[in-house]
Design a protein around this ligand. Structure first.
Ligand SMILES: Cc1cc2nc3c(=O)[nH]c(=O)nc-3n(C[C@H](O)[C@H](O)[C@H](O)COP(=O)(O)OP(=O)(O)OC[C@H]3O[C@@H](n4cnc5c(N)ncnc54)[C@H](O)[C@@H]3O)c2cc1C
Length: 405
């Protein structure tokens, strides 16, 4: 496609910045419009499996990622009340050998800053902060992006990477059905020095129990422990990354859970909580000259740890489609046809884990042993994760043979 197209990206989160970087590296002109007036340390940890790491390395971020992330040696399952432990799978050197890339855990803000720096190094002034888009208008020649406090901007194509509450999705495709899942998530980041040594293990841990689960893993080279959990609870319906809760309320959500779980909760300087809202997968992501990307088009429950990974894959495929097809229509159509089946499968896989992680059988330790043996049988684990981790967005064919409907 003509390299002179000007791409307007609305939303400077992980997906928007990765798309900007991938397009800039291919010689396209990009401007990113982000509503936040400044980029602060918000969010907590992200798990990025080899399918996502492959993309970040291909964009030149290998050294930064290895310096700022953490490489867990494996993942383990633990039972909510007894603390019984089972190995889920090995990572570290096993991941590098099996998939060609490591599995890394990273603070969202560290990845965000690395992407921002890489984007600004190619084209200084790409990212426009304090630009909250309020609407878009498209015609045969381009798209006008309107802002709350700034003059509107014209682009040839717009990428709506404005996250789970995407106003571009709403404008183009309607608000769609949303359903509160009856599940509330908590998260916090704990300085490792505030934890006893035996609670700072170099692995990702998934505690499973009836009606809830808990995940923790080190980030930022092990300086911090990312701690997040969910619980079935009906009374909190605010879907926000910045709603603060209290440690006392957090403890109260986990009665009877192992003392180690409560030691972590007690050590969180400021816990945050958000309601998990389900949205059915979308069948179309493109309307004319506008394409959605990341959480804007495939918001997911966070139970397969693929939210960031899928946004990275979208960005990589989108930039490749710009290069590999002659017209904008073809590029956007191919982008959505390649991406929708895979992102939908990831969203559905995350739903399927809800029942697996929260099963009532986990209430009783004997039944739990049988349940874990059956559900986390090594062959089933390979089935659930291998198709995700092995995917190579940097080289998967984008021609008609790649389309699975
Ligand atoms: C503040 C924040 C904290 C998060 N913390 C975590 C976390 O701790 N753990 C985790 O797993 N995931 C977290 N996520 C989600 C995670 O980043 C995404 O699931 C994933 O990376 C997909 O990225 P995305 O770019 O599609 O969406 P996001 O990363 O959500 O980025 C969307 C961006 O669009 C911007 N935006 C929204 N509306 C407008 C508008 N009208 N005009 C301009 N810009 C707009 C937002 O400010 C945001 O920067 C967080 C997201 C945010 C926004």
């Amino acid at each position: 496609m003509d390299k002179n197209v000007h791409v307007g990206v609305v939303g400077g989160g992980i997906g928007g910045l990765t798309a900007a970087l991938a397009l800039l590296r291919r010689g396209y002109d990009v401007s990113v419009f982000e509503q936040a007036p400044e980029l602060q340390e918000v969010g907590a940890g992200l798990q990025i499996s080899p399918n996502g790491i492959r993309i970040l390395f291909s964009l030149g971020l290998e050294a930064e990622m290895l310096a700022m992330a953490f490489e867990p040696q494996g993942k383990e399952i633990r039972l909510w009340n007894t603390g019984d432990t089972w190995k889920l799978f090995d990572l570290g050197v096993v991941s590098r050998e099996r998939y060609g890339y490591p599995y890394l855990t990273v603070h969202r803000n560290d990845l965000h800053q690395a992407l921002l720096k890489a984007v600004e190094a190619i084209k200084p002034g790409t990212v426009h902060l304090a630009h909250r888009s309020t609407g878009i208008e498209q015609d045969a020649n381009g798209v006008t992006i309107e802002f709350a406090d700034h003059p509107s901007v014209r682009a040839d194509v717009v990428i709506g990477a404005d996250g789970v509450h995407s106003h571009i999705r709403e404008q183009l495709f309607g608000s769609g059905p949303v359903e509160f899942t009856g599940i509330v998530a908590w998260r916090g980041v704990i300085p490792a020095e505030n934890l006893p040594d035996h609670l700072v293990k170099p692995v990702g841990t998934n505690w499973i129990g009836p009606g809830g689960h808990v995940i923790h893993y080190p980030i930022r080279g092990g300086e911090l422990m990312n701690f997040t959990s969910v619980i079935e609870r009906q009374d909190w319906k605010v879907e926000s990354w910045s709603s603060a809760g209290s440690n006392a309320e957090y403890h109260a959500d986990y009665p009877g859970w192992h003392e180690e779980v409560h030691t972590y909760i007690e050590a969180i300087p400021q816990p945050f909580k958000w309601a998990l809202i389900a949205r059915p997968p979308m069948q179309e992501w493109v309307n004319g000259r506008v394409a959605l990307l990341g959480d804007a088009c495939h918001p997911s429950l966070p139970f397969l740890a693929q939210g960031a990974g899928m946004a990275l894959e979208d960005a990589c495929i989108l930039a490749r489609a710009f290069d590999e097809f002659d017209t904008l229509d073809e590029a956007l159509e191919r982008y959505q046809r390649v991406r929708i089946p895979r992102a939908t499968a990831a969203v559905n896989g995350a739903y399927a884990n809800t029942e697996r992680f929260h099963n009532p059988l986990l209430a009783d330790a004997t039944q739990a042993q049988r349940y874990v043996d059956e559900q986390w049988d090594p062959a089933k684990v390979v089935d659930r994760y291998e198709w995700l981790f092995k995917y190579d967005a940097t080289s998967v064919p984008l021609d008609a043979s790649a389309i699975v409907d």
